[in-house]
Design a protein around this ligand. Structure first.
Ligand code: AMP
Ligand code: TRP
Length: 333
């Protein structure tokens, strides 16, 4: 681990404000944020990446509410302004400035090949804009602006992290050592599959997710729809609905519980109705205090405004220094 004398290890991550957070965001992203904010010598900046959010269809009238929702849920899950800084990306315009500089050193052909870009093109064929294409460069700028060394994200972000690493390498080679090569920090739960049994849990796929603000009733209904099988067999399924259920059982009820169900599956059979009822209760038990905390912060908007203001001031200071250094190295000042 590279660590300068007297300096902390910088962490950066972000979430798009595309609606309420779901279990994938919580287990794959936020759990990592929480773990790292508790480490001594780590300096964490966590952001709502609103400039990334506008590369997909969105409603400008409700966008500010969506940004606020992510901030509330960040705080509710335990991000603590005493241990980390919270930032709304667009409030530090240097993100865009650095993205432009970095875009001039990165080949178009590499971006065209990215699986994330190809997927998005399929998902939103009427909305294939330049911003969408540029998305990984802006993400690299987010990370490099703060010279972050670790980036807690879900596995779906691995290709984007590779772009950020490559951009750092190219920049350093051409203009002299400037950026550390950022590394992804994956949690054991870094890939949460969709409740439909196909692909990943995602906000853009209806029926695939459970939100953090879901009631017990909603969780029960969502789990009830997860496709299952006869409940017994010679091999534990490693894909589809049963695999999703087992993963969630492990994460919310523990490894032991999962093992019990696996033994039943290989033996006298699993009763999915009971399994789903128990799982719904376990998930809700973890979400209930988060929901209460979210409501507390919602009722205290001044407190939240203050936290964001502090985050902006802190991040701006670092951002300005990096931009100055980059401009000098690139010969623009
Ligand atoms: P997004 O909502 O795409 O901005 O994602 C915010 C964070 O949640 C990122 O770190 C993602 O990698 C993570 N994430 C989103 N969906 C999943 C999933 N299905 N499994 C694990 N992590 C996820
Ligand atoms: N692309 C990320 C996602 O969809 C969000 C993001 C934007 C991000 N900038 C970032 C994540 C910087 C980590 C670091 O989840």
């Amino acid at each position: 681990m590279i660590k300068k004398k007297n300096s902390k290890i910088r962490i950066f991550s972000g979430t798009r404000p595309t609606g309420f957070l779901h279990l994938g965001n919580y287990l794959g992203g936020l759990k990592g944020y929480l773990e790292l904010q508790d480490k001594k010598d780590y300096d964490c900046i966590y952001s709502v990446v609103d400039l990334h959010g506008i590369t997909s269809p969105y409603d400008p009238k409700t966008y500010q509410d969506q940004i606020r929702e992510v901030v509330l849920e960040y705080l509710a899950c335990g991000l603590d302004p005493k241990k980390c800084h919270l930032l709304v990306q667009s409030q530090v315009s240097e993100h865009m400035e650095l993205a432009y500089y970095l875009s001039t050193i990165y080949p178009v052909s590499r971006l065209e090949q990215l699986p994330t870009y190809k997927e998005k093109k399929k998902e939103q064929p009427q909305y294939v804009n330049l911003g969408l294409f540029y998305y990984p460069v802006l993400m690299a700028a987010d990370i490099l602006l703060y010279k972050a060394q670790f980036v807690p994200v879900g596995k779906d972000q691995a290709p984007h992290l590779e772009v950020a690493r490559e951009i750092a390498r190219i920049f350093n080679r051409r203009f002299g050592q400037t950026f550390p090569e950022p590394q992804a920090y994956f949690m054991p739960s870094s890939y949460i599959p969709s409740l439909t049994g196909e692909g990943k849990m995602s906000k853009s796929k209806e029926g695939s997710y459970i939100n953090l603000i879901s009631s017990l009733d909603v969780i029960q209904k969502k789990l009830a729809k997860v496709p299952t099988d006869a409940g017994k067999g010679k091999k534990i399924p490693n894909k589809g609905g049963v695999d999703v259920l087992l993963k969630l059982i492990e994460l919310f009820q523990g490894k032991e519980k999962r093992k019990n169900y696996e033994n039943l599956y290989l033996g006298k059979g699993v009763q999915y109705k009971l399994l789903k009822e128990e799982l719904a209760i376990a998930i809700y038990k973890e979400l209930k205090p988060i929901q209460a905390k979210r409501n507390y912060y919602q009722k205290n908007p001044k407190l939240v405004d203050g936290i964001l203001k502090q985050g902006k001031v802190y991040a701006s200071k670092i951002a300005k220094q990096t931009i100055q250094e980059v401009k000098e190295k690139m010969g623009i000042v």
